[in-house]
Design a protein around this ligand. Structure first.
Ligand code: SER
Length: 317
């Protein structure tokens, strides 16, 4: 049987776990993983995999036709911190891949798209706590600009061409299987790796920087849920606010110390502090909860438990 789902950016932090989940749900022969290089052998060797540069519309079209794809998860992007180092590359990558996928749907070649947005769409003039779905959005990072503009285009393609595109604004995502890359929220993953290796962490954000965060399992659940919901219940076609928990580096230290009592931390904020300071500290996601029954599960202590257990096992194996 021909495959039906394509994941672009399948070797990345979220893409890799999404690939496993979708294969579990739909079957290995229904899910094609793709990325620009073989960076995640677990994904490359565990099912259908294609090297694909989604910035090239022709290669993308060939892949879609080859496998008779009807649903695309576009997980490739340059994140906030790397985007500030390579602004035009971030703009080109994040926008061209989105247009390539949206246009395939506009032309009827694919039926459904998942495209992630981010808390980075918000900026320093946005209300900081319990940030509403509809509010001032003046992002100051290139990454945030691409996500905000992308949201407008998704809604536009839905309204004008009936493209079934669905999106959520991910908070910082914490996971142990695949490392994140180039984000401002990456500290919340790195801290667990360093806690196990050195019992110490040098943190690039200050101790009271509160950001919205989520455990990977919750993020994958939300992604699957919004894609499985009937089209009529997806009322927002730009992107949904999505929230689980909020915490600071200091809160993380307290949680880690419950397991590693001698754990120490030093705070040396760098350029990422300014990015973090421009983002909300908590998010109001009542629309997602109401429209497609979103509900998070993992608390900070649950995450710490899971992270330390799984990473310790991984290191010793
Ligand atoms: N995790 C992302 C970043 O830090 C935000 O979506 O860039």
């Amino acid at each position: 049987m021909k495959s039906k789902i394509l994941i672009i950016g399948a070797c990345g932090q979220i893409g890799s776990e999404l690939t496993h989940k979708l294969r579990e749900i739909h079957g290995d022969d229904q899910v094609v993983a793709s990325d620009i290089s073989y960076t995640n052998l677990d994904i490359v060797n565990s099912g259908l995999f294609e090297i694909l540069d989604a910035q090239d519309p022709t290669s993308l079209k060939v892949c879609i036709e080859k496998y008779e794809i009807n649903t695309v998860y576009l997980m490739a992007a340059m994140l906030s911190a790397t985007g500030e180092k390579f602004p035009m590359k971030a703009w080109d990558l994040n926008m061209s891949t989105l247009f390539n996928v949206l246009d395939l749907a506009k032309n009827g070649q694919i039926k459904k798209i998942f495209w992630p947005s981010s808390i980075a769409v918000f900026g320093p003039t946005t209300p900081k706590t319990e940030t509403p779905q509809y509010t001032i959005m003046e992002p100051t990072t290139v990454y945030g600009i691409t996500k905000q503009v992308g949201e407008r285009w998704c809604e536009y393609y839905f309204n004008k061409y009936g493209v079934d595109v669905r999106s959520i604004r991910y908070p910082g995502i914490i996971s142990w299987k695949t490392l994140p890359g180039g984000g401002t929220t990456d500290y919340a993953v790195d801290i667990y790796h360093k806690a196990i290796a050195n019992n110490h962490y040098d943190c690039f954000l200050s101790e009271n920087t509160e950001l919205p965060m989520m455990y990977m399992e919750d993020a994958i659940k939300a992604t699957v849920q919004i894609m499985e919901a009937p089209a009529s219940s997806i009322k927002i076609r730009s992107s949904y606010n999505l929230s689980a928990i909020s915490f600071t580096p200091k809160d993380m230290v307290a949680s880690i110390k419950k397991h590693l009592k001698d754990f120490t931390i030093e705070y040396n904020p760098d350029f990422r502090q300014e990015i973090a300071d421009s983002w909300p500290s908590s998010i109001d996601d009542q629309d997602a909860r109401k429209d497609w029954n979103w509900k998070h599960q993992f608390s900070l202590d649950d995450i710490t438990d899971n992270m330390l257990t799984n990473l310790t096992a991984k290191v010793s194996s």
